[in-house]
Design a binder for this molecule. Structure first.
Ligand code: MYA
Ligand code: ATP
Ligand code: AKG
Ligand code: FE2
Ligand code: MG
Length: 333
């Protein structure tokens, strides 16, 4: 370990146990060779993250871990995705989403392309992703030991049909979630192939996790927007953007307030990623009435009614039904 890293580790160890924030007095300041950071609020020390990694997440709201999921596992997820598209496998509760503008398809000729699978918690093969020990080891740093898998997706960003509908507007995932506390929620997103600016990698606004939940709505896009793809209403277009290019198997962990999206897919291939949103089992549900999240609640309820004829289910219950324990105890969610 480098000297700097060693020093950081000592500082962080000290801060973790601290109950009050530390202020350097004029005398002690003379002996300090660094300015002490505030107590770390976004992660725990479980011996997994290096001090640099914890500080990086603290400052930026995301962290990329290279080569975390094996080629073999990813190929199995891809195979299962293919089986689902060909309807050789039926999964209870699964939502199959198709891009608003796409007619061409992969795996299923003469059908509109599948752009996203959502809620695959009842598919044992895909759900293996959410329980991979090497993923949970990192998730625990953000959620603590009781871990719920709350939301699952396999995103298959299609080649853009020319209307830019393959874009995902800039958003905060917390907009969709009626549970708190915010800092005990984290998303794991694994590239199933090389993702670049060309095929629509994730784009993040580093540091925006330190802000608040913003108002979300459909962006004003000429070519149309996919259902429920709300975007931050007035995000600062001058905020520095980072294109998170990744290799197959690389995994990014990010905070639910981090503003992110993805650009259009300008290649002919379908860009694949698999993801899970985790929350501490100790999180609690909130009522979103009277908040900026009211619009998504009402939209989700409309879909539940139209698609399943379900009327009496609360937004919170929809999440409680989908959530699955993957480690520790289901204490609250
Ligand atoms: C219970 C539900 C729970 C959901 C929880 C969400 C939480 C999210 C948390 C996320 C956190 C992360 C953040 C995120 O990930 S944000 C993005 C999340 N997106 C979704 O969750 C979308 C979920 N998808 C669906 O519910 C269905 O697939 C929809 C409703 C879209 C289609 O339904 P269905 O499969 O039955 O299709 P159909 O062929 O019978 O068409 C029916 C009507 O819909 C129109 N249409 C079709 N495709 C699209 C499209 N892409 N865009 C716009 N409209 C579309 C179609 O023209 C037709 O309209 P009309 O001709 O009748 O006028
Ligand atoms: N007007 C907008 N409102 C909200 N989000 C936008 C807007 N324009 C672009 N975005 C989002 O910003 C992110 C990156 O956009 P960016 O402009 O880099 O990509 P692009 O327009 O798809 O392709 P290109 O790299 O050629 O510019 C994407 O998430 C995209 O959906
Ligand atoms: O894979 C992508 O394009 C990003 C998807 C995303 O951010 C989401 O569905 O919440
Ligand atoms: Fe997102
Ligand atoms: Mg652009």
């Amino acid at each position: 370990m480098s000297r700097a890293a060693e020093r950081l580790r000592t500082v962080i160890h000290h801060l973790d146990g601290a109950t009050a924030s530390i202020r350097a007095s004029p005398t002690s300041a003379q002996t300090l060779t660094y300015s002490p950071p505030q107590k770390l609020r976004y992660s725990f020390d479980t011996g997994i993250l290096t001090p640099e990694q914890r500080l990086f997440y603290e400052e930026n709201g995301f962290l990329v871990i290279k080569n975390l999921v094996s080629e073999t596992d990813i190929d199995r997820f891809r195979k299962e995705f293919e089986q689902i598209c060909q309807q050789k496998v039926k999964v209870p509760g699964l939502i199959v989403m198709r891009d608003v503008a796409i007619a061409k398809s992969e795996f299923v000729p003469d059908q509109r392309a599948v752009s996203k699978l959502q809620d695959f918690q009842e598919d044992p093969e895909l759900f293996r992703y959410c329980a991979l020990p090497q993923i949970l080891k990192y998730v625990e740093c953000f959620t603590g030991p009781n871990i719920m898998a709350m939301h699952t997706m396999l995103i298959n960003k299609p080649p853009d049909a020319g209307k830019k509908t393959s874009r995902h507007p800039m958003h905060q995932d917390l907009h969709y979630f009626p549970f708190r506390p915010t800092d005990r929620i984290v998303c794991a997103w694994t590239a199933m192939e090389r993702v670049t600016r060309q095929n629509g990698c994730l784009v993040v606004l580093p540091g925006t996790h330190k802000g608040t939940l913003k108002e979300h709505d459909y962006p004003d896009w000429e070519g149309g927007v996919n259902k429920m793809y709300h975007g931050v209403r007035d995000y600062d277009p001058n905020h520095p953007r980072l294109y998170v290019e990744m290799e197959k198997g690389d995994t990014v962990f990010f905070h639910p307030l981090l503003i992110h999206g993805s650009g259009m897919n300008q290649t002919q291939g379908f860009r694949k990623a698999i993801s899970c949103h985790y929350a501490s089992g100790d999180c609690y549900y909130i009522d979103v009435r009277g908040t900026t999240q009211e619009n998504i609640e009402s939209e989700v309820k409309d879909i539940a009614l139209k698609k399943y004829g379900v009327n009496e289910l609360a937004f919170q219950d929809m999440w409680a039904l989908r959530g699955r324990l993957v480690q520790g105890e289901r204490t609250s969610l």
